[in-house]
Design a protein around this ligand. Sequence first.
Ligand SMILES: *Cc1c(COP(=O)(O)O)cnc(C)c1O
Length: 466
Amino acid sequence: MTQKKTPRMATSDWVAMDRAHIWHPFTQAQVAPPPLPVARGEGAWLIDTEGRRYLDLISSWWVNLHGHAHPALVEAISKQAATLEQVLFAGFTHAPAARLAGALIARLPAGFSHVFYSDNGSTATEIALKMAWQYWRNHDDDAAARRRRRVLAFDGAYHGDTFGAMAAGRYSGFFDPFGDLLFEVHAMPFPATWQGDEHVEATEARALAAVDAWLAQHGEETAAMILEPLVQGAAGMRMCRPAFVQALVARLKAHGVLVIFDEVMTGFGRTGTFFACEQTGPLPDIVCLSKGISGGFLPLAATVVQPHIHAAFLDDDLARAFSHGHSYTANPLGCAAGLASLALFDAPDMAGRLAALASAQQAGLDMLAEHPAVVKPRRCGTVAAFNVSGGAGGYGDPVGPRLRDAFLAEGLVVRPLGDCVYVLPPYCVEGDELAMAWRQIERVVDQVCGRHRGPASGGASHGFHP
Ligand SMILES: *Cc1c(COP(=O)(O)O)cnc(C)c1O
C-alpha cells in the first residue's frame, strides 16, 4: 500500500480553485478583474505570488495598524495559541480577555466601565443597537421609557452589513434590496466639510437645526442615535468638525437620548487622538470598536458601555439580561493580538510617528489640492481624502474602479469609494514611501482624470468595489 503525500499546491492551482469556488465580498464577479493573489505581507507592503510589491495604503480595509506580519503580534498570537486557543465565554473567562478589557477602558476617556466582546464591526454596532433598545425596554415600569422607540442615524452612515447595522445605515444606499426588511431609522443631515469650505458654518447650523426640530417633536420618543464620529468611512471619508459633534451630543443628552459612537474605523489613532470621542465633548453612552482592535490580525470587536447601561441589565430575571453572544466571543488569540498591539502604542516614538504621519499626509494632500481634477481635499488625523471632479460623483462613479486599477498597476493598494480617493495607511509606513506614493497618486489622477477640469474621460465600469 502506498502512502499518498498531500501535494504542495502550485499557485496556479489555488488561484484556479479561488475562481471555481470563492464568492468574494462586495464584488460583481461577472465583471470584476481577477483578485490579486497575495503570497505574504511585510510591514506596509503586500507581496503577490509573482513577487510584485504593493504599498497597502488602505491598511487592508482599515484594519492594519503596525504593519503586516509584525513580529510582536506574531509572537503574541503563537504563544497564546500554544496555551489556550479558544474557550466558551459564558460561565468562563481568561486572562487575555480580562486584560484587554482593562486596557481598553484605561485607554478610553474616564467614564466607561464594561466591555462586551464580539468578532466584527457589524456585530459591535448590532450589539450596541440591541443594548440601547433593551435598555429602554428594561425600564418597563417607567411609562416615559416605554415611549422611546425611535432610532436616529446620519445620512450616508455605514455601520455594517447585518440587519440592524443595515437599518442604521440604510441611507448609505448600499442596502436597497433589503429595504423592506429594515426597521425604521430617521436620518439627520451630516455636515461634511473639507479644506477651504466656506459654507461649513451654515451647513453645520442647518444640521443642528434639523436635530433641534426633531428633538423638539420626538426627543422623548427617541431611544438612541448611532453615528461615526468625525469621519464617515464608507460614505466616502466624509469629515465633520469636532465642535459640531460636541454640539450634537450635548443636544441628544439634554433629551435623554442614548448616544452610540461607531468607532470601528475611527478608533486606535486614526483621527489624531487614540479615539475620536476624546475630541467630541460629552461622552457617548456606548462605543463600538473593531478593525484596528487586534492590530488587524484577527477578527475581534468590543462594544464598550458606561455603568448606567450595564446596570440596566442587572436583575434577578434572566429576561433582563443581554441574551446575545457568538461562538468566538472574546477569542483568546484576538485578545492577545489586541494586547500586543496596544503595547506597541506605548513605544516612546509612537506619538511622534503618528504626528509625522499626519503631517506627511497633509503635505501629500496639499500637493494634490493643486491638481485641477481634485476637489474637497480633507484630512482628519492620519486619514487623508479628496474627490475627483468631472464624473457622475458618488459611490457608483465608474471613475473609482478605473483609478483603482491604475493605482494597482503603480504598485499601490488604493481603493477609491466612487469618486473619493483616500489614503489610510498603517502607521509603520515610512515618510519616503508615503511621499513617493503621493507623487504616484498624482500621476494616476493625471492619467485617469486628465489635467483639465471637466468630465473624466470615458471607460467601462467594473461595478461596485468598496
Ligand atoms: C467597517 C465598518 C463596520 C463594519 O465592520 P465589519 O467588521 O466589516 O463588519 C461598521 N462600522 C464602521 C464605521 C465601519 O467602518
